[in-house]
Design a protein around this ligand. Structure first.
Ligand code: DGY
Length: 332
């Protein structure tokens, strides 16, 4: 590592979490009221910055990278890295780190929370209490879906998908899953996508956002889902075609949706999804527990420090090879 490289931190983090970074590097912090990679203090220091600790809110594309001529490491405080132009990083010799593993339980917990909230009509139930409509106990009042004995279809069966499967099995659910690698798993049954959509009472998404998965859950996908089925998304909003989802909900084909991620994000306050009583939307809080966010910060800093020292990153994102870049006409 060169003597105390300069690192830019694009959002506000507790000082204690930043301690290992501050020990080894000079740090330029964002303006608290204007966070982000384009925050004025960061832009001012950009020509000298060698490491970037960013979040999924920062669009790290070629034009951003051009502002940081000495940048060697981009470390994102997230497992997802769809906000980073990997080809542009590779072309500039910049390594990229992310934070897989440490947010698995928190995200799986939230997927279950959304599933239960939709299944048991929590928004309608709590609204009725708040609005003074809690009247007589009725035998058929606010009847929901019982998870025990129902089928959960997991689209994507990596660490988070499997963590959701473990939880759902404890609720008595049967697990179907699709994943690219053709390996079986004792937690459930690997099926093709048509079998999953045709049989699942709840479909939960656990795939990264990529060119392949963008808009993947479209009108045709939703139409193949069982009538009354629930959709849960804790992955990335753009995996789902939002207009198609609104249509499927309006038509009454889907029973509800639990969304921690949306497209766009944030949703405007007048968005039709926010008017639907059978839709639960949370503001991208899958990893938002103190323990998890502290672990993510630690891992993101470990990635940064390793990269700045020329060591392999503990969790590097695989970058496209130079030959692929040349083939695709990529920069550099
Ligand atoms: C991630 O890490 O990619 C989540 O979306 C936020 O924690």
């Amino acid at each position: 590592m060169t003597a105390r490289p300069l690192v830019a931190v694009t959002d506000v983090l507790p000082r204690a979490w930043l301690e290992p970074l501050v020990q080894a590097c000079d740090v330029v912090a964002c303006d608290e009221d204007a966070p982000g990679v384009l925050s004025p203090p960061i832009l001012e220091a950009a020509p000298r910055v060698e490491g970037l600790l960013c979040t999924l809110e920062d669009r790290i594309d070629a034009s951003t990278l051009d502002r940081f001529p000495r940048l060697r490491v981009v470390s994102t405080l997230s497992v997802g890295f769809d906000h980073i132009d990997l080809a542009a990083c590779a072309a500039r010799g910049i390594v990229v780190g992310h934070t897989p593993g440490v947010l698995t339980d928190a995200t799986a917990d939230l997927a279950m929370t959304l599933m239960l909230a939709c299944a048991r009509r929590l928004p309608e139930a709590t609204a009725s209490v708040r609005e003074g409509r809690w009247g007589r106990w009725r035998p058929t009042g606010l009847l929901g879906l019982e998870l025990a004995g129902k089928v959960l279809g997991l689209v994507g069966f990596g660490q988070i998908g499997r963590a959701v499967a473990r939880r759902a099995r404890a609720f008595g659910m049967e697990i179907l899953f699709v994943r690219r690698t053709p390996t079986d798993d004792p937690l459930g049954r690997r099926v093709d996508l048509d079998t999953l959509t045709a049989n699942a009472d709840v479909v939960s998404l656990h795939v990264p956002l990529s060119d392949e998965t963008r808009g993947w859950v479209d009108g045709a996908f939703l139409a193949r889902m069982k009538p009354g089925a629930l959709l849960v998304n804790t992955a990335r909003g753009a995996v789902v075609d939002t207009d198609a989802l609104v249509d499927a909900l309006r038509a009454g084909h889907l029973g509800g949706a639990g969304l921690d991620v949306t497209d766009p994000e944030p949703l405007p306050a007048d968005h039709p999804l926010l008017d639907m009583p059978n839709v639960v939307v949370t503001p991208h809080i899958g990893s938002a527990t103190t323990d998890t966010r502290r672990r993510m910060a630690r891992l993101a800093i470990d990635n940064l420090l390793a990269g700045l020292s020329g060591r392999p990153l503990p969790h590097a994102v695989a970058l496209p090879a130079a030959s692929t870049l040349a083939h695709n006409g990529g920069p550099g």
